[in-house]
Write a protein that binds this ligand. Structure first.
Ligand SMILES: C[S@@+](CC[C@H](N)C(=O)[O-])C[C@H]1O[C@@H](n2cnc3c(N)ncnc32)[C@H](O)[C@@H]1O
Length: 321
């Protein structure tokens, strides 16, 4: 969207106004639009408002929706940066982090717990990419998984400060402030690389997966959970709104080619779809000069709208990553 040199602050204010005003118009129709009829009964403003309130109700509501959409697009041109967003909300985030884990995406997070339990070997080393306030560490501790060490990295110091309080007094729990997109990840090797609700913020998630692959021990796994693109209309609206928070739903063409992708399960929830991805780095014996291609997807039994995809065709390997 062209910004015509209008400043960020002005775009944020007008974007927020368009969203709120548009949604109220869509919800309340003429009753709401009439509230804007104030001032003298004559003059261009009064004439414009009279013309507007004479339009059919459905047209006003449709116009409201279009205006809200324009507002979202405008907000997307003036996003809040990740450090600003999470720096300001770290305390709140810590208090509400269980809301989407336990309510909005409970089945996805049960599967995440299951995957961490399955793929973390006894005494194994864990790397948590964009660990935030340490929600995954809490799950590992609560489930009493027998980990050897846990390393959490994140860009936002205020989020790490919250996370540090959860690993206090244990010298096998470490945190490091870093940008996943700049430089190398902490040297491993790690048995389990985990990342949740963070790939949405990365401009090149595949590059971060490549870096993580390098520090993954042969035989190790990556378990990733993040929001993915969907055809579902509500998911598209949330995707638009996410642009304001320097995020986006990760499209399939980005995650399809992750190295070692072994399993994907899609879960539908309040903010659109999330995917739970399991990547496996073969040992030299299991590698055997072959690699797995082509995703086969099927609806999972029991849970509405969830789809599971697994690699089930074997091809010849052309290169390592
Ligand atoms: C929604 S929070 C998720 C935190 C945690 N993984 C969880 O599941 O609760 C997103 C986190 O990603 C971090 N993040 C975003 N971009 C990052 C980057 N380029 N490098 C490191 N961390 C990043 C943010 O600082 C924030 O803590």
């Amino acid at each position: 969207m062209k910004t015509f040199g209008v400043g960020q602050r002005a775009r944020r204010l007008s974007g927020a106004f368009c969203v709120v005003d548009g949604l109220l118009t869509a919800a309340l129709g003429r009753r709401y639009v009439r509230l804007w009829r104030f001032g003298p009964d004559t003059g261009p403003y009064a004439r414009a408002m009279n013309w507007l309130t004479d339009r059919p109700g459905w047209l006003l509501r449709a116009g409201g929706l279009a205006q809200a959409g324009f507002g979202l697009a405008l907000l997307g041109t003036a996003p809040v940066s990740v450090p600003t967003l999470y720096g300001a909300s770290a305390g709140t985030y810590r208090r509400i982090e269980t809301v989407w884990r336990d309510w909005f995406y409970a089945d996805g997070h049960r599967a995440l717990d299951q995957a961490m339990t399955t793929y973390l070997p006894p005494n194994g080393d864990v790397l948590d990419l964009a660990c935030g306030t340490g929600a995954n560490l809490v799950r590992i501790l609560d489930m009493r998984l027998p980990f050897g060490s846990y390393t959490g990295v994140d860009l936002t110091e205020q989020m790490l400060a919250q996370a540090r309080t959860k690993g206090m007094g244990r010298d096998n729990i470490r945190f490091r402030q870093m940008d996943l997109q700049v430089g190398a990840l902490p040297e491993g090797p790690y048995d389990l690389v985990v990342s949740t609700w963070a790939f949405e913020h990365l401009s090149d998630p595949a590059d971060v997966v490549k870096k993580a692959w390098r520090v993954l021990r042969p035989g190790g796994h990556m378990v990733l959970l993040f929001e993915i693109s969907t055809d579902f209309w509500w998911g598209k609206v949330v995707d638009r709104a996410l642009r304001f928070f320097s995020g986006r739903h990760v499209p399939e063409e980005v995650w399809r080619d992750f190295s070692g992708l072994a399993d994907v399960t899609r879960y539908r929830g309040a903010f659109g779809d999330i995917g739970l991805f399991v990547l496996h780095k073969p040992t030299e014996e299991t590698w055997g000069g072959r690699y797995i291609t082509a995703l086969e997807c099927q609806p999972t039994s029991g849970v509405g709208g969830n789809i599971r995809c697994a690699r089930d065709k074997i091809g010849n390997i052309s290169n390592g990553i």
